[in-house]
Design a protein around this ligand. Sequence first.
Ligand code: ADP
Ligand code: MG
Length: 242
Amino acid sequence: LRSLLFVHKIVRDMGCDKKMAEILISCQNISKSYENLLVLEKISQEINSGTFYSISGESGSGKSTLLHLLGLLDTPTAGEIYMHNQAASSMKAKQLLAVRRKTIGFVFQSYHLNHLLTAMENVMLPMYINPEYTSSEMKTGAAELLASVGLEHRKSHLAKDLSGGEKQRVAIARALANDPDCILADEPTGNLDKKNETVIFDIFKKLAAEGKALVVISHNENVVDIADENYRLNNGILEELL
Ligand code: ADP
Ligand code: MG
């Protein structure tokens, strides 16, 4: 059985129909403890471009903690995280911000939109910190992103007037605002019904086919059929589901 699994992994890793994958994030032996609680233990994992990863695990198993570490929002207690081959621990604050902005977009279960802004304005928010964009480029870019998630007709609506599924699609468009290489999503469909979940997963799948990396925390078993690689956090260990 072990050799069969090995062959399966080699065939999958060859990814014949895909462009050469690039390693965006690499964790080497990372552990994370809070006080005396060891949450993650010696995890080594690479996040490659063009790949959709799913992570499941019981509540409290450390899924959000791992996602925060991958996005350099938190630091491991031991081990090292590399983003675009640069060790996170060696980066100065300004460099870390720049590398993170270029590499990561976050999506959360509860959307985290500004409800008093329109869909367009929400998507434009992260663009303001990028000095390269002119105002008209921001508008065109935001409109294109909203169209790409099927929300062309909702761009002038206030976020508070959108349905849950629409809100999450605005949040995805916003996460893509500065064209990051990788989207990290923490239970993005946790508040949505099955139909909307399918819409969100299809968007993620399309993004992976376009070359983005997707790391999606989900309890839903449907994700297993859609993602390229499925993992489960169990007792601090990240195990691949084959
Ligand atoms: P999950 O997302 O899988 O539900 P979390 O990563 O949120 O799990 O949490 C993993 C464990 O770490 C839980 O026991 C949680 O209570 C604990 N934990 C998370 N964040 C902190 C923190 N900032 N301080 C102390 N304990 C924390
Ligand atoms: Mg969590």
